[in-house]
Design a protein around this ligand. Structure first.
Ligand SMILES: *Cc1c(COP(=O)(O)O)cnc(C)c1O
Length: 393
């Protein structure tokens, strides 16, 4: 492409797609790709899912938007469903992951402000985290590369090594309000928090009167093999952020909370013009119906096991000369640690018509749709094996 009128803030692959079906994307120049990027863990039900297309087109002919000046029955139904499936009592619906996090951060500050403890406003977060690109969520993530040039950083965040319990214990002061963590870091390189660490954070939060916030924008909604990643650890947070897969490609997000954690939020405390419009809510409800149907999550677990087993085999075949050195993740949120720069591996896979996503720590993220078939996993494994052989160090 010679000239683009778009802000040059993305380094895009030079491919454009015209349509998709299930696990496949079709490019404008006629190639078909196996899509294990899923628009960064968004199109969890695959492309062009008939039930989602039907939900969207049916609602599109009725009503798109009225604003939160009015009751939105579809939004009520979505919130009910999210509460029914989780620890939560109350839900705020927004449009993007960062907005769900903004709600969590504001809710935390309001919680303590409403208890006459406004000095408790600092939030502990973890190195390698990604919480979004707004000024608050950038500060929460603390990634120097993303913050560069946008000073002054919003205050209120303490960044600690991921998994370091002693550091968390030492960092808690009279100003600490909450602990915010991704149970599985996505951007950070598919790093899974141990069950012990999450349990210990829950206990610390309870002992010190802190709120525990889980950012499941990427690892939530079936991706980990359970509807929410926290269910596998057996630890419930006080606040939970969801987004990417919630609308299966339609932009919608949610901030879930216990009655207690949401205690400071009153009429006027927060809002969004677009958040929770009938169109998005009907689609998200359908996504949740599909994900909670009998056997769906079981199949995600099985496909995940198949995929990880196959990847481990590729690594062991090449012994100490393997391009890939480690398989990470849970369910269908999988990371492959590479020796060569991950961008090179990604390009080699694209040349063989397999799409994947890069991450920090030189990790390749493999995020197939949760509807992926066993044969499609095998097809991806064959391509990855070819690239492993061709690029072995
Ligand atoms: C993608 C992501 C976000 C930000 O979501 P946006 O929709 O891009 O604002 C926040 N947290 C995590 C864990 C994410 O993966």
């Amino acid at each position: 492409m010679n000239h683009s009128s778009l802000l040059p803030n993305y380094a895009r692959q030079q491919i454009a797609f015209s349509h998709g079906k299930g696990s496949y994307l079709y490019s404008t120049n006629g190639d078909s790709y196996l899509d294990f990027a899923s628009g960064i863990a968004v199109t969890a039900m695959g492309h062009n899912h008939p039930a989602l297309v039907a939900a969207l087109t049916e609602q599109a002919q009725k009503l798109w938007h009225v604003s939160n000046l009015f009751i939105i029955p579809e939004q009520e139904a979505l919130a009910n469903k999210l509460c029914q499936e989780s620890f939560a009592d109350l839900v705020f619906i927004a449009n993007s992951g960062a907005e769900a996090l903004e709600c969590a951060i504001k809710m935390t500050r309001k919680y303590f402000a409403s208890r006459n403890q406004p000095e408790r406003h600092r939030i502990i977060t973890f190195q390698g985290a990604f919480h979004g690109r707004t000024l608050a969520t950038l500060a929460a993530g603390g990634n120097a590369k993303y913050l560069d040039g946008f000073a002054p950083d919003m205050p209120g965040f303490d960044h600690l090594p991921f998994g370091d319990l002693a550091a968390v214990e030492a960092a808690i002061t009279a100003n600490t309000a909450a602990i915010l963590i991704e149970p599985i870091q996505g951007e950070g390189g598919v790093r899974v928090a141990t069950r012990e660490f999450l349990l210990a954070l829950r206990k610390l939060a309870d002992d010190c009167g802190l709120l525990l916030i889980f950012d499941e924008v990427q690892c939530g909604l079936g991706r980990s093999g359970s509807l929410f990643a926290y269910q596998q650890a057996g630890v419930a947070p006080d606040i939970l952020c969801l987004a990417k897969a919630l609308g299966g490609g339609f932009p919608i997000s949610a901030c879930l909370a216990s009655q207690d954690a949401a205690g400071g939020m009153k009429a006027g405390s927060h809002g969004s013009t677009f958040g929770g419009n009938p169109l998005g809510c009907v689609i998200a409800l359908k996504v949740l119906d599909l994900m909670t149907a009998d056997g769906f999550l079981k199949s995600v677990q099985q496909r995940g096991e198949q995929f990880r087993l196959g990847l481990t085999k590729i690594i062991t075949q090449h012994h100490n000369q393997s391009q890939f050195t480690e398989v990470r993740g849970q369910g269908l949120m999988i990371g492959l640690k590479c020796q060569a720069p991950v961008a090179e591996i990604q390009a080699a896979l694209i040349a063989k018509k397999l799409l994947a996503v890069g991450a920090s720590d030189n990790v390749l993220r493999l995020l197939p749709p949760l509807t992926v078939s066993a044969a499609e996993i095998d097809q991806a494994l064959a391509i990855i094996a070819e690239v492993a052989a061709a690029t072995a160090p």
